[in-house]
Structure formats: structure tokens, C-alpha cells
Design a protein around this ligand. Structure first.
Ligand SMILES: Nc1ncnc2c1ncn2[C@@H]1O[C@H](COP(=O)(O)OP(=O)(O)OP(=O)(O)O)[C@@H](O)[C@H]1O
Ligand SMILES: [Mg+2]
Length: 371
């Protein structure tokens, strides 16, 4: 079918002082049948990357290959790839069935076969009941699925989706997530899905490629991104609420190394592996990261290796199934995710516990993960 390879791909729009380097030195392979999400904040280069894969945008430098074949300069229709966009752009005067079959008509597929495929795709996307209707009579979610169907019906080897759920409410989004996942399972096509929503990316993809500032930051499964983020950007972007960060300096104490947080009494214990890694750098400034999920109020006395922090509660935010505590120690501010019944209130001083192996250390300059 199709493995998509991007080798050292760059996209620069415009020239001279107005030049925008939208995609920088991108190396990425999407395996045959794989579902990969391209995740990153607005303007990081996701759509530009997709448009180069599809052939709607020229490549400034680098190579794009489908199954080893160089397609860098091929026209979109020569690439066997279809794209569904955020804006569904359906023909308002055509019926849904006509909207679906239009790409096949262009390809010269006979009417009977067009009809067969339209009904097959409609079944899959659960839009059979509206096939004879026209787009203005459909809900946003149905229109979005017709738009998907129009890309699917061409039976491309590579299927590309750009923010296709951005106009949907939470309920429809959930349904579409489910539909897309099932679609991928049934069709076993190579799929590339673009979003700035980590929930979508985590729910759908086999692997997630995180982009920021035109550059690929990390590619991996959800556990790798969550537990071993390549840098502070990924640690911040993946996970909700985001990772707590502290600037800190190493402190030698009774033969072990801890991290003393700037302008605060917070001090983090480190695993022996982390201590060795920090020592090996010889550095004096670091960024410490710890997820709000990895702080607990449970002293867990059975574990002698638990780290302990003391901090004052600034806010206790009750969110139903959980609460978020915003805590302060000196100038340091951070958050902890705790059970909803936590009664502690503003300005209470509390003890928090953590597993030192969960403490992440980043280089203060490059922000890359050290350990
Ligand atoms: N046709 C263009 N001409 C000039 N600059 C462009 C063009 N298209 C995109 N850009 C710029 O390239 C950068 C990347 O844009 P791109 O659309 O790829 O980002 P994105 O990750 O898809 O963002 P979003 O999440 O907002 O859709 C941005 O700075 C954008 O302004
Ligand atoms: Mg975009």
C-alpha cells in the first residue's frame, strides 16, 4: 500500500526579509497502514507538511517518497493520496450522493460503480439516510462526515485529515473519534491526522509526531511522549494539566544530590540514575519537571524512597471527579492533581509526596531531557 517518507524536508514561503521557514529539516516515516497524528500548536507547520505530502504545495528542499518512489515533484493526482480538510466545502446544490461521487466522476468511474462505492462509504460513515438530501439540510457533524467520505471514496493509499473535527461539539467529536478509529481498523490505510488537540491525537494515533516552531520535536507512542518527553516543550504540551517546571540548582547533601528550586524552600530528591546523569553534565542550572499527576497527598509510609514537599495552597479547584491544587512555596508555583474530596483550603500548609523516579531533569539552555 504506502509507506510515506519525508527526508530532510524544508518549506520556505516567500523570499528575503519576508521569508517564512514553515517546516525545517523534517525527517519522518509513516509506515504502511499506520495511523500517525501530527500534533502541535497553531502555526507550527502541520498544514504545510500535509500539503507537501499531498502535492498541493511545492517542497523547498528535501524528498518525499511513497513506498520508496520519489513523488516530490509529482502532481497531486499522480500520488494516490486524498485529503479531507477542516472546511468541508460541499457543493450545496448537489445531493450528498452526488457530492460523494463527484471525485469518481472526474476519474471516469462508471455510474454503477460510483453508486456502489457511495453506498459503501455512506454505510461506513453512517450517512445512508441523508444520501438524497442536500448539504444545507445536514448538521455540521454530518457535513464533516460527507467531506471525509468524499476523500475516502477514492480509496487512496494515503489518507490525510487536517483538523477535521475542529467544528464539532464534544459529543460529536467523541463519535467521530470512534468512527475514525473503526475506519482505520477496517480499511488498514495509511492515515495522517493533523490536530492541535492532544486528546484527539492520543485517542486515535499509533504514533504521534509533535511539532513546534517548524521543527519535529519527538515521534512516539503515548507512553513514550508522556513518560520520556524529549524536551520541556513536549513535557509541557502533552498531559493535562501541563507538567510543573522549576528552575533549580544541584545541591550535595549527605552524599546524595538533590535539586534546590530557585527562590523557594522546595527541594527535589532524585533517583540514583538521575543523580549520576546530573553529575555527569557538571552543570549548575537545570529545569526540573514533575507532572501534577505524580504528586500525591498520600504519605504511603510503606515506601521509604518517597520524596516529600511542603507548600501552601493558593487555589483548590474542584472539578467533579478530581481537584487541582495550585500550590506555592516562595516564588515557585505548581499544581497537583488530587482526589475531589480533598478538604484543604486556601493558605493551608500541606505535605505532598512523589516518587523520585518521576522527577524529570532538563538542560536549562537547550531544554532537552537529561533524565
Ligand atoms: N501560503 C503561505 N504563505 C506564506 N506563509 C504561509 C503560508 N502558509 C502558511 N504560512 C506560514 O507558515 C507557518 C506554518 O503554517 P501552517 O499553516 O503550516 O501551520 P499549522 O501548524 O497548520 O497551523 P494551524 O494549527 O493554525 O492550522 C505559519 O507561520 C504560517 O503563517
Ligand atoms: Mg493548519
Amino acid at each position: 500500500m504506502a509507506r510515506v517518507t519525508l527526508a530532510d524536508v524544508n518549506k520556505i514561503y516567500g523570499t528575503g526579509t519576508r521569508a517564512v521557514h514553515a517546516v525545517q529539516d523534517l525527517d519522518l516515516t509513516i509506515n504502511d497502514g499506520e495511523f500517525v497524528a501530527l500534533l502541535g500548536p497553531s502555526g507550527c507547520g502541520k498544514t504545510s507538511t500535509l500539503r507537501m505530502i499531498v502535492g498541493l504545495e511545492s517542497v523547498t528542499s528535501g524528498r518525499i517518497r511513497f513506498d520508496g518512489q520519489d513523488v516530490t515533484h509529482l502532481e497531486p493526482q499522480q500520488r494516490n493520496v486524498a485529503m479531507a480538510f477542516e472546511t468541508y466545502a460541499l457543493y450545496p446544490n448537489f445531493t450528498i450522493e452526488e457530492n460523494l461521487t463527484f471525485p469518481l466522476e472526474v476519474q471516469g468511474v462508471p455510474p454503477k460503480e460510483r453508486r456502489r462505492r457511495a453506498h459503501q462509504v455512506a454505510e461506513m460513515l453512517r450517512i445512508t439516510p441523508v444520501l438524497k438530501e442536500k448539504p444545507p439540510g445536514l448538521s455540521g457533524g454530518q457535513q464533516q462526515r460527507v467531506s471525509l467520505g468524499r476523500a475516502l471514496i477514492r480509496e487512496p493509499a494515503v489518507f490525510i485529515l487536517d483538523e477535521v473535527m475542529s467544528h464539532l461539539d464534544a459529543h460529536l467529536k467523541f463519535q467521530m473519534l470512534f468512527d475514525l478509529k473503526r475506519l482505520h481498523r477496517d480499511l488498514k490505510r495509511t492515515m495522517i491526522y493533523v490536530t492541535h488537540d492532544q486528546v484527539e491525537a492520543l485517542a486515535l494515533a499509533d504514533r504521534i509526531a509533535v511539532m513546534s516552531n517548524a521543527k519535529l520535536q519527538q515521534v512516539g507512542g503515548r507512553a513514550a511522549l508522556y513518560n520520556r518527553p524529549a524536551n520541556a516543550f513536549v513535557a509541557d504540551f502533552i498531559g493535562e494539566p501541563p507538567t510543573n517546571f522549576f528552575t533549580a540548582r544541584p545541591l550535595q547533601e549527605n552524599g546524595s544530590l538533590t535539586m534546590q528550586v530557585d527562590n523557594s524552600t522546595l527541594r527535589f530528591q532524585l533517583s540514583s540514575e538521575a543523580q549520576a546523569a546530573v553529575n555527569a553534565t557538571g552543570g549548575e542550572r537545570f529545569i526540573v519537571g514533575l507532572r501534577p499527576q505524580n504528586l500525591t497527598l498520600d504519605p504511603n509510609r510503606g515506601d521509604p524512597n518517597r520524596g516529600r514537599l511542603k507548600a501552601a495552597i493558593a487555589i483548590n479547584e474542584y472539578l467533579g471527579e478530581r481537584s487541582i491544587l495550585t500550590l506555592e512555596s516562595g516564588k515557585a508555583r505548581f499544581r497537583a492533581l488530587v482526589p475531589p474530596e480533598t478538604a484543604a483550603g486556601q493558605r493551608d500548609i500541606i505535605d505532598l509526596f512523589y516518587d523520585p523516579t518521576r522527577v524529570m531533569i532538563f538542560d536549562a539552555e537547550t531544554e532537552d531531557l537529561i533524565v
